[in-house]
Design a protein. Structure first.
Length: 58
């Protein structure tokens, strides 16, 4: 399982393929670094259900 921002989707998928890893991923909005605490909580809240679903499928 990996979590990345949409900006890094291609790179993360290529890296997983290069390593022979078939892993689930959850993508969140970009950028992350300059987000306020409230914005980060909103991103985390939005990602929570897809994360749980991916973990349950694993």
């Amino acid at each position: 399982m990996f979590v990345a921002t949409v900006e890094f989707e291609d790179g993360a998928e290529r890296q997983a393929k290069a390593l022979g890893a078939d892993v689930a991923s959850v993508l969140v909005s970009h950028p992350i670094q300059d987000r306020t605490d409230d914005e980060m909580r909103a991103i985390a809240d939005k990602a929570a259900a897809p994360l749980v679903a991916a973990l349950e499928r694993a």
